[in-house]
Design a protein around this ligand. Structure first.
Ligand code: AMP
Ligand code: GLY
Length: 427
């Protein structure tokens, strides 16, 4: 089969790495890709906002399946354009992608499907949002309705902080994304990422992971796209997983189908494990990044066959198999991330680091210079992944690889996996 993978992050390098293991893969193109994916397939400089150009590429290259990695092209309807042209696609339609593209859309779905989630109000008038905040008190969560590259959520510890967030969003601080504001009850508990594949009808639990969103050790500092993750997340026990499937995932998938807008792709549920059971924080409509970098290496099944089954309404025929191992990834970010990451600093010793046992290095925001050097070209630059029988062991492997990399322009958290490592020590 010939595949086109859309995206350029660590997630896409991990997807490319897993797809390349398939005996059925004949050709893999990545648009636009990164220096890591270039080692696996052929990067192509397609403008993915130009749907006609992507469609033409698929037709002229005989692409059998398109896998869309990031949310932006999904919310933009790239899957619809490709399907209309007769291409098989892994990824939801524009309307189904509203599960990530609009917080108000997801909240309305939760109401309709009786999915447990934080109590909320939605507002276009900032004065009404403020009145709701004052009536509820703090802590309280303020969310811009639309996509805001991770900046659209403020967990306000005081009413004043909540009002400041509402003013910022209502005055266009996040552009169109803030035109509608969702104000939510603050949930307490441990957070976990849970991934489910769907072909619109069947929902197949994929894997769990735990991310670390804050930039600094001890979960301090501003939120990021994710500074590290491990998988599986054992806090999501088999019993809790069943409860999440029954109370959250299956009602959502059924409701999307009943509305005539079935969800096909990977549904990423951000969950809070509260004292009164698991609650949905949010949906995303893609694999998580860096969660993907710890899930793909654990997958024993042929990813190509799995994604193809999801794209062609055959998921019922799939039985997922996993390696009996734990994976942990540490994101190596450019200094200044998340506010103003510095570009251009050189990263050395990547080849040596990649030879460390039980580890893999995924590229995210890197670029290759004309003379072959690798330099930083984004915020999150590398995802350094280790494997072991425990999170403690996996972290030691990731750290050993990290220590070989020579990159004065980068920084990383040193405490990824701390919750689980503490539990392992207490056991
Ligand atoms: P997001 O950028 O949408 O992934 O959300 C960022 C983070 O905000 C989540 O990972 C949670 O840690 C936090 N968050 C979002 N909603 C709530 C909520 N209702 N209660 C507590 N924390 C929340
Ligand atoms: N790591 C969280 C996300 O991909 O949104």
């Amino acid at each position: 089969m010939k595949l086109l993978l859309i995206g350029s992050g660590g997630r896409e390098h991990a997807l490319a790495w897993a797809l390349a293991k398939s005996p059925r893969l004949d050709a893999l193109f990545i648009a636009p890709g990164n220096p890591g994916t270039a080692q696996i397939g052929e990067n192509v400089a397609l403008d993915v906002t130009d749907h006609a150009a992507v469609t033409r590429f698929c037709q002229s290259h005989g692409i059998d399946l398109v896998v869309i990695g990031p949310e932006a092209p999904l919310v933009d309807g790239l899957a619809d354009s490709l399907r209309q042209a007769g291409c098989a696609v892994f990824g939801p339609s524009r309307i189904a992608a509203q599960l990530e593209g609009s917080k108000a859309f997801t909240k309305a779905l939760c109401d309709e499907a009786a999915v447990p989630t934080a109590a909320y109000g939605r507002f276009t008038d900032p004065a009404e949002a403020m009145a709701y905040v004052r009536a509820r008190g703090a802590p309280i969560v303020i969310k811009a309705d639309g996509l805001a590259a991770g900046k659209g959520v403020v967990v306000a510890q005081s009413v004043a902080e909540a009002e400041e967030a509402i003013t910022m969003m209502a005055s266009g601080g996040l552009g169109e994304a803030g035109a509608q504001i969702v104000v939510e009850e603050c949930l307490f508990g441990e957070e976990v990422s849970f991934f489910v594949l769907s072909d619109g009808e069947t929902a197949l639990p994929f894997a769990s992971a735990q991310d670390h969103k804050a930039v600094g050790d001890g979960d301090t500092g501003p939120n990021t796209g994710g500074m590290g993750a491990y998988s599986p997340a054992t806090v999501l026990t088999p019993a809790l997983t069943r409860q999440v499937m029954d109370e959250i995932i299956l009602p959502s998938i059924r409701t999307m189908k009943a509305r005539g807008t079935p969800f096909q792709g990977v549904l990423f549920a951000g969950l809070m494990l509260t004292a009164s059971g698991p609650k949905l924080i949010e949906y995303n409509v893609r694999f998580g990044d860096p969660e993907c970098e710890v899930m793909m290496p654990r997958l024993k099944s042929d990813l190509l066959a799995v994604l193809e089954a999801a794209a062609t309404q055959n998921l019922h025929s799939i039985n997922l198999e996993w390696h009996d191992t734990t994976a942990l990834t540490v994101v190596y970010a450019a200094k200044g991330y998340p506010a103003t990451p510095e570009k251009g600093s050189e990263i050395r010793n990547l080849d040596q680091a990649g030879q460390q046992p039980d580890s893999l290095i995924f590229h995210a925001g890197t670029a290759q210079t004309s003379d072959g050097r690798i330099v930083a070209n984004g915020g999150r630059v590398l995802a350094v992944t280790g494997f072991g029988t425990t999170v403690t062991e996996a972290k030691a492997r990731a750290t050993a690889a990290l220590d070989v990399i020579d990159w004065p322009g980068g920084f990383h958290r040193t405490d990824i996996g701390w919750r689980e490592i503490k539990r392992e020590q207490d056991r």
